[in-house]
Each structure stands twice: as structure tokens, then as C-alpha cells.
Design a protein around this ligand. Sequence first.
Ligand SMILES: CC(C)(COP(=O)(O)OP(=O)(O)OC[C@H]1O[C@@H](n2cnc3c(N)ncnc32)[C@H](O)[C@@H]1OP(=O)(O)O)[C@@H](O)C(=O)NCCC(=O)NCCS
Length: 175
Amino acid sequence: MTTRARITLRTATASQAAKLHALIAANREEGRLLPRGLEELTAHAERFVVAIRARRVVGCAELAPLSSHVAEVRSLAVDVGSRGYGVGGMLVDELRRRARREGFEKLCAFTHQPGYFIQMGFSIVPHLWLLEKVFTDCVHCPLFRQCGQYAMVVPIDATYESIDRETTTVAVRHA
Ligand SMILES: CC(C)(COP(=O)(O)OP(=O)(O)OC[C@H]1O[C@@H](n2cnc3c(N)ncnc32)[C@H](O)[C@@H]1OP(=O)(O)O)[C@@H](O)C(=O)NCCC(=O)NCCS
């Protein structure tokens, strides 16, 4: 059976920090996501875009500034039951729009799954092209210089479509 489900994107609020925390924790191992503390999620909730389906937070992603030029996609996660319907793509698209509005020149991601980002226009680059990340995070990481993550970048194109697509309806199959 197929039903239509409305997905709405919103800026997260501090009151949703526990939901962000739970969603990231549930997907942490699979996505090798960085652990996130409730306190920092509460403090930076407004950097997150959340995908809401039937009043539930089913996806999230953070636009984390690394410098005035570069922002990073962090903590991208979609609940298992809402995958494959474009929610992850909507979240990344929305971060691109926000990055453009906020004047960033590049959006980057550090991931073990380059294929997902390549289909969204990102390219693999040497880590040293993102010195902001290296000096902010990598130097403190126990896996510094032995990191299995790919550094990925997409330029923030000023012509990138700016249509506000904060709500969309997706077809969801039920067994
Ligand atoms: C990765 C993730 C966010 C994708 O969410 P989603 O809502 O299912 O994504 P979308 O619906 O926008 O895209 C699905 C498409 O991406 C593809 N895809 C998913 N993971 C992929 C990967 N690792 N490599 C290549 N393609 C991938 C799917 O095959 C699908 O392709 P199709 O549209 O041709 O069928 C979700 O699987 C997730 O939360 N995973 C666990 C956490 C994680 O891995 N986060 C990213 C770490 S950087």
C-alpha cells in the first residue's frame, strides 16, 4: 500500500534537542556520526534543520560554520522508517540554501559514505583543502592522520535554485 506523507522542514528549537540527540544516537553507529551531547545540541539547536512527518522528527542535519567561508554538513540522519523518500536530499538541499543565504562559499562534509554526497554534487577533495576543519576538529581527533573519512565539498553557487521547498509530500510504502 502507498500513502502520501507530508514532510516539513523546520529550523530546530532548543526544546527539540532531546529528539535530535535520540535521532543522532540511533544512527550514530551506522553513519559513524560524531557523538553529540545534549548540552551542545541545546545550545546550537538553531543550526539544525529537522524533517517533520506526522509531528515526529524523522530527520536532521546541522549547518555548522567552520569559518566565514566554509560551513559543514554535520549529523545528517534520517529515521530508518522514513528513508529512501528524499528526506536526506531535502535536508542537504536546505542546508545549501541556508549556506547561500548566510554568505558561505563552500559546503563540506566528512563522511565514510562518499557515494551519497557525490549524487548530490559534492566532490572528494584532499583534507588539506579544508584547513578550517583540520585545525578545528581533526587535530583533536584520536584518528588524526589515520582517518578513513572522505573530505567532500560543493561550491555554494549563487544561482543554486532558491525556491523555498520547506514542505513536500512523498509517497511512503507500507507492507
Ligand atoms: C544517509 C541517509 C541520511 C539517507 O537518507 P534518505 O532520506 O534515505 O536519503 P534520500 O532518500 O535523499 O536518498 C536516497 C538515495 O540515496 C542512496 N544512498 C543512500 N545511502 C547511500 C550511500 N551510502 N551511498 C550511495 N548512495 C546512497 C539510496 O540508494 C537512494 O538512491 P535512489 O534515490 O537512487 O534510490 C540515511 O540513510 C541515514 O540516516 N543513514 C544513517 C546515518 C548516515 O549514514 N548519515 C550520513 C553520514 S555522513
